[in-house]
Design a protein around this ligand. Structure first.
Ligand SMILES: [Zn+2]
Length: 282
């Protein structure tokens, strides 16, 4: 499957440029995005040749505040940025993986722009950071990892997809995918990315569950627009519940943010070490 994916990826023009004299059958051309000419965000350096790159996406921003906590009025867009910065800084200090943020200030980005930044940077992994809100104060607490599926795993996952996808409606941005792309190949590439995303979700839970709390149902599936880069394994991480006072105190505290970043860094490094070893074994 990995070989098949590499072949398809080459066909699709992902990753490596085509060898001289060999034109790829076609390439994926997504529509130019608003602000496409703007400089790409800075990438932190790492040791070694061709170190992998993770793009961290602080959810919401600017005119889209995300959820608001009933305890102290904390806005999701602020807590996601603080956690994302902490993860980037931990990765930079460790120096094994390069990292970039989709936004490093309080700005609004449509969902497709977020994964387009990751694609244009050639990212190997995409992580969107969020904070959850339960419909009623049902005592829900802990982190949840979402990966892409067309079918939501349950009603709560469907509600979450509705809420997170609504960010695009705020800006009135409805970006249509290019009609010229070969949907079957895109679909196959997407399936491989979905498998690797689920693999990373399990690894993140394994590495981080001893460090910070997860929900009992810690892995869910939802049709989330921000996870739809066909060629980049992607997860959406709900760090905790803004509707739970214990979670709010934890995810907004420097200690809590550090612990989340440590668990995340360990999982990211283990993920790329595992991918590297699998590549060597081939
Ligand atoms: Zn969110």
């Amino acid at each position: 499957m990995t070989f098949l994916f590499a072949y398809l990826a080459a066909l699709l023009g992902f990753g490596q440029p085509a060898p001289a004299g060999e034109e790829p059958a076609f390439t994926v051309e997504l529509e130019p995005l608003p602000g496409d000419t703007a400089d790409l965000p800075p990438v932190t350096p790492a040791r070694g040749e061709n170190p992998p790159l993770v793009v961290i996406d602080p959810g919401h921003g600017g005119k889209d505040p995300g959820a608001t906590s009933p305890f102290g009025g904390l806005l999701e867009k602020h807590v996601t940025l603080a956690i994302a910065r902490q993860i980037r800084d931990e990765l930079a200090a460790s120096g094994r993986v390069r990292a970039a943020l989709t936004r490093d200030d309080d700005r609004y980005l449509v969902l497709q722009e977020r994964y387009e930044i990751a694609r244009r940077l050639g990212a190997d992994l995409f992580i969107s950071i969020h904070a959850d809100a339960a419909p009623h104060n049902d005592g829900a607490r802990g982190a949840t990892i979402y990966t892409l599926s067309e079918v939501a795993s349950d009603r709560q996952a469907a509600l979450l997809a509705q809420r997170e996808n609504a960010a695009d409606l705020i800006g009135g941005a409805r970006l249509s995918p290019d009609p010229n792309v070969n949907m079957i190949l895109i679909d196959l590439a997407q399936r491989e990315s979905m498998n690797v995303s689920a693999e990373f979700a399990r690894l993140l839970h394994r590495e981080a569950a001893p460090i910070f709390p997860f929900r009992p149902e810690w892995h869910r599936f939802a049709a989330l627009v921000v996870l739809k880069a066909p060629d980049i394994p992607s997860i959406l991480f709900e760090s905790g519940y803004l509707t739970n006072p214990v979670d709010v105190a934890y995810i907004s505290s420097p200690d809590g943010q550090r612990q989340i970043a440590t668990g995340m860094r360990q999982a990211i490094e283990a993920h790329f070490a595992r991918r590297f070893l699998a590549q060597q074994a081939r």
